[in-house]
Design a protein around this ligand. Sequence first.
Ligand code: G3P
Length: 231
Amino acid sequence: MYRLEPPILAVNFKNFDAAIGKKALQLARDAEVIAQETGVAVVVAPSTPTLLYVTSNCRLPVFAQHSDPGVAEASTGFLPVRTLLDNGVVGSLVNHSEHRIAQDAVKNLVDELRHWGLLSMVCAATPEEAGAFATLAPDIVALEPPELIGTGRAVSRVSPDVVSRGVEAVGKVDPHMTVLCGAGITTAEDVRAAVALGAKGVLVASAVVKATDSKQKMLQLADALRRATRV
Ligand code: G3P
């Protein structure tokens, strides 16, 4: 299993035009440089069709944006967990707000990912959900209130209580579990606020992928993470 040490800057490429096809690799390579320069664990989640292309050409930890539990070989159009390994992927987002799955599927997916030695990053919409998902023993819980996703209004500053309650809820289940927060994270100040609330990193998409200079934006966020988590 890949060892992912916080602080973590996780960048979800979604299906943004700026990160599809060959553009995914440029963004991932930029992320690789930022990881090397700052020492922060930068994780990328490129779109499904670009996974092998990205993992074959850069050395960052790559997550799938989604995968499907319990999928037979004779199946069509799903992303079976076991196929992630052959695609060089180290883990998968689970239950992202833009790809919600049933509660029992979350459990099955976390279990199956672990079975194959892959990391799970389970997305929760509320602090209560974060606590409930923590009982499934995923590697990471990412708390993202859906109403703030893509708004540029950072959860860590607009709804700090949501982050602190989420960190507390997960901590009650397992004080060592990594909690990230996401939704609207845009600036170094947003990152500092997230860390001050107990998050071990951030999950970000539009502020990086749609930036005029994505590399510079990743540097800004990773550097803020590094400084904020330095003891
Ligand atoms: O997966 C990260 C995402 O949902 C947050 O999106 O654009 O608000 O950073 P964004």
